[in-house]
Design a protein around this ligand. Sequence first.
Ligand code: CO8
Length: 263
Amino acid sequence: FSTARYNNVLVSRPNPGVALITLHRPKALNALSAAHFKDISDALVEADADDSVGAMVLTGSEKAFAAGADILEMKDKTFADAFTNNFLANWEVITKLRKPIIAAVSGYALGGGCELALMCDIILASPTAKFSQPEISIGIIPGGGGSQRLTRIVGKSRAMELCLTGRMFSAQEAEQWGVVSRVVGEGEGVVVKEAVEMAGTIASKGRVAVIACKEAINASFEMPLSDGLRYERRLFHSLFATNDQKEGMGAFAEKRKPNFTHS
Ligand code: CO8
C-alpha cells in the first residue's frame, strides 16, 4: 500500500490501523477527472482489502476537498456517449466498500466533491468547508447522488433550494442539518488530525462488529423499518459467534481492556 502507484492521490498510514488517502490534483482544486477518480477508488479498494487497515480517511487540501467533476473533461461529452458508457456509474464502487470511510473536508466540496463526501460514512468539516451542488449553473443536475443522498439528510425544501440555486452552504449549516457529524476547531490540518484519531478509535474495535455495524446502518436507508430491525437483529445475533464478542465481554467482566483479534 504505497503512493508510488498513484499520480493523483497520496496515501499514508498515520496510525497502524488507518489508511489516509489525500486527493492531490492541486492545479485543478482536486477536480475529479476520470484518472483522478480511478486513483481515489483504487486506493480505497486497496485499503479496504488490506487486513491491517481498520478504517480509512479521505481528505483533500486546505483550499479544496474537491471542486467537482472535471468540467473541462466533460464539456464535449454527448448524451449517447454518457448514456452508453454509463458515465459515473463507476463511482458506486466506493459505496460498496465494507470498512468505514471518514471524509475530512476543508475548503470547497462542490458538485461531485460534495457527493464524494456524502458517499463516505462520516463527514468531519473544518470551519472553512464550503459545500454545494452547483451543477444547475452549468446546465446539468447532480449525477453522483446529490439529489438523493443529500435530500435524505436535509429534507425536500432545503435540497430543492440547494440543487435549484446551486448556492454554497457553510460548515455550520452542514452541521446544523446533519450533513456533517461535527465541525472541528480552526487551524491547518486539524480536521485531518481529528479524522485520523476517530479512524484509529474505530480501527481499535473488533473488525467483524465494525463491518456489521456499518452494514446495519446503511441498511436503514434501503429498507422499511421492520425489515431493517430484523436485519439488525440477525447481525446482532451472529456476532455472538465471534471471538471478539467473547473477548469484549470477558474483558469487561475481568475489568481489563479487550484485545480484539478481528475474528
Ligand atoms: N473542473 C475542472 N477544472 C476546475 C474545476 C472543475 N470542476 N474547478 C476548478 N478548476 C480549475 C480551474 O479551471 C482553474 O484552472 P486554471 O488555473 O488552469 O484556470 C483552477 O482549478 C483554479 O480554479 P479557479 O481559478 O476558478 O479558482 P477560484 O479560487 O477563483 O475559484 C471555485 C474556485 C469557486 C471552486 C471555482 O473554481 C469553481 O466554481 N469551480 C467549478 C465548481 C463546479 O461547478 N463544480 C461542479 C462540477 S459539475 C459536477 O461535479 C457534476 C457532478 C457529477 C457527479 C460526480 C460523481 C460523484
